[in-house]
Design a protein around this ligand. Structure first.
Ligand code: PMP
Length: 294
């Protein structure tokens, strides 16, 4: 159990951790966030996540009032304060801060920083081992010019609706299409299909997040000599793929067993998915701790 949440510069006991109802993160979804996995007490791909956080902030005119190095130290000190030496998940949220209702969005705001450590399990052990059921949902990925899909902002209602729809329909996870009907991503995961020895994932400009796990998986797959292609594809392509899997920080790598009732491939997980899951798990072991006093 992790008892302390960092809010601005203070560690607050979890049950008392709260922010103002006038915070624009709450009132307007105005802020950015990152989720980072911790393996054996060490944040995984920390710098990559922090860079994406700063880029999201830059995109929404949010000036983070400290350097990347200071933020990394705050994250590591939150891990130490919670005595976290095992696998967990850390959430970093930076909101626009407290402001007045209906006021100028940039007036007199001091950003609010929140760092939370939790255990998370997005899917059951059995689903992770045997594959999940994806359901195509009616919620579409907004176009880049409606909502910046590359910035990881607090605007996640679209993603939550997709997940809710999938659950309502009896599935484990949503398959979200873009406005033209091409396969885009899950509610919080990137998607990969494998067909005829080619691994295909939708390009980021379709609206999928430029996932950090996605990029690692591309590197791992290429190291295995697999051919990886970023390309648009349809539901028909996904239904007829040999293998399908999702990737994400919270989800890690999850095989897909069925899409809209169609069984995918011959086995779940498929052969290449298994190899990539193994490569990923090797990467998350043997992390060198950069926590000074752990
Ligand atoms: N797409 C969306 C919409 C997400 O929220 C996430 C989770 N961050 C991902 C994809 C996967 O990205 P990452 O591997 O960086 O966690």
């Amino acid at each position: 159990m992790y008892n302390f949440v960092l809010i601005n510069n203070n560690f607050i006991e979890k049950q008392n951790a709260s922010i103002s109802v006038f915070d624009h993160g709450f009132l307007y979804g105005d802020g950015v966030f990152e989720g980072i996995r911790i393996y054996s007490g060490v944040p995984f791909l920390l710098r990559e996540h922090i860079i994406r956080l700063y880029e999201s902030a830059q995109s929404i005119f949010l000036k983070i009032p400290f350097t990347i190095e200071i933020l990394e130290e705050m994250i590591n000190s939150t891990i130490r304060k919670n005595n976290c030496k095992e696998d967990a998940y850390i959430r970093i949220v930076i909101t626009r801060g407290k402001g007045i209702m209906g006021g100028h969005p940039l007036n007199k705001h001091e950003p609010t920083l929140i760092i939370i450590i939790e255990e998370i399990n997005l899917f059951s052990e059995i689903s992770r081992n045997e594959g999940i059921n994806l359901v195509t949902v009616s919620t579409r990925k907004p176009k880049q010019d409606s909502l910046n899909t590359q910035a990881k902002t607090l605007n996640y209602l679209n993603n939550q609706m997709a997940k809710l729809e999938a659950i309502q329909a009896g599935g484990d996870e949503a398959l979200v299409l873009d406005v033209n009907g091409y396969v885009c991503e899950g509610s919080k995961q990137n998607i990969f299909i494998i067909k005829n020895d080619e691994i295909i994932t939708p390009p980021v400009y379709l609206g999928a997040l430029n996932g950090i796990t996605r990029n690692l998986v591309i590197t791992l797959a290429e190291k295995n000599g697999y051919k990886v292609k970023e390309s648009i594809f349809t539901l028909h392509d996904a239904y007829n793929a040999d293998e399908v899997f999702l990737t994400g920080t919270g989800s890690e790598i999850v095989p897909v067993k069925k899409i809209d009732g169609r069984t995918i491939g011959r086995t779940s997980p498929g052969e290449k998915t298994r190899v990539i899951i193994q490569n990923f798990s090797d990467k998350t072991k043997n992390l060198i701790s950069n926590n000074v006093d752990v």
